[in-house]
Design a protein around this ligand. Structure first.
Ligand code: NAD
Length: 286
């Protein structure tokens, strides 16, 4: 049997989640995705109308099949956690069972188990504000959506993950070096995500034989990145200063993710793996 992957954080064909799903599909995995509730309608409609058909094409010519799309809001663990204003919001009203615990239960009911868990989501409502101007609420929201969301997903999916399976998340170098402009507590959230990768690798490894790694990716002009506001500048900076002077494609991150969750990486866990054309190794801009 092929492997089954749940990819959380796919809402269009531009981001890292989509590229990871494609790389896993190309390697023969069955793909389930978790899509943020407010983005669900437009994503499913676009998928149905064939808007993504061009980018669904795999190296062998076939189209990536997304077996099922689950609505997900990774900021909430159980229905009891959802405040009334969100529950009754019209962007949420049409969907159901989208808290982390419920999504894991739905996947269990539908398919029994998974082998691969991908976390490719982040949100920082105050990302454009410097840390000194970030509110407590904005900071905690960034941590909730971008760091705890991984702890929660892994916690709820672990019981249905087959031993030998693996999980992967996406991080950014702003966790360990100052990147002015990556604000709102998002740098803090990535530092937490990287530290948690190590601790969760220990706990999930001992308890369930599951590996946990994170990819520190270079800049990509995704929807989320455009909301930050300086992504074009970061892409230019990387092109000018990285050891490899080429554009970074989402597929390169997808391929590394496919390697890391495969048996080829069976001894790699708790690691931060850089997929950034080597930019992280530079000490002086050139
Ligand atoms: P993206 O917009 O494709 O992905 C982010 C996804 O998160 C979106 O689909 C969004 O709907 C979803 N999301 C936001 N809040 C959510 C919630 N509460 N519950 C469920 N889903 C939610 O953008 P991307 O840049 O590909 O981001 C994917 C990951 O890659 C993120 O962790 C991001 O921080 C990381 N990353 C991105 C870059 C970059 O330059 N784009 C660089 C390094 C790391």
């Amino acid at each position: 049997r092929g492997k089954r992957a749940f990819v959380a954080g796919v809402a269009d064909d531009n981001g890292y989640g989509w590229a990871i799903a494609k790389a896993l599909a190309a390697a023969g995995a069955e793909i389930l995705v978790g899509t943020w509730v407010p983005a669900l309608n437009i994503f499913e409609t676009s998928l149905r109308r064939g808007k993504f058909d061009e980018s669904r094409r795999l190296p062998n010519g076939s189209l990536m099949e997304i077996i099922k799309v689950y609505p997900l809001d990774a900021v909430y663990d159980t229905p009891e956690d959802v405040p009334d204003d969100v529950r009754t919001n019209k962007r949420y009203a049409g969907a159901s069972n989208w808290t982390v615990k419920e999504v894991a239960e739905s996947v269990k009911n539908d398919f029994g188990s998974i082998d691969i868990l991908v976390h490719s989501l982040a949100n920082g409502p105050e990302v454009t504000k410097p840390l000194l101007e970030t509110s407590r609420k904005g900071y905690l929201a960034a941590i909730s959506a971008s760091s705890y969301s991984f702890v929660s997903l892994l916690k709820h999916f672990l019981p249905i993950m087959n031993p030998g399976g693996a999980s992967i998340s996406l991080t950014y170098i702003a966790s360990e070096r100052t990147i002015p402009g990556y604000g709102g507590g998002m740098s803090s959230a990535k530092a937490a995500l990287e530290s948690d990768t190590m601790v969760l690798a220990f706990e999930a490894g001992r308890k369930h034989k599951i590996r946990v790694n994170t990819i520190s990716a270079g800049p990509l002009g995704s929807r989320a990145a455009k909301a930050i506001g300086f992504i074009e500048k970061m892409i230019e900076y990387s092109y000018a200063n990285a050891p490899l002077q080429k554009e970074l494609s989402a597929d390169e991150v997808g391929n590394t993710a496919a390697f890391l969750v495969s048996p080829l990486a069976s001894a790699v866990t708790g690691s931060v793996v850089y997929v950034d054309n080597g930019l992280n190794t530079m000490g002086l801009a050139t």
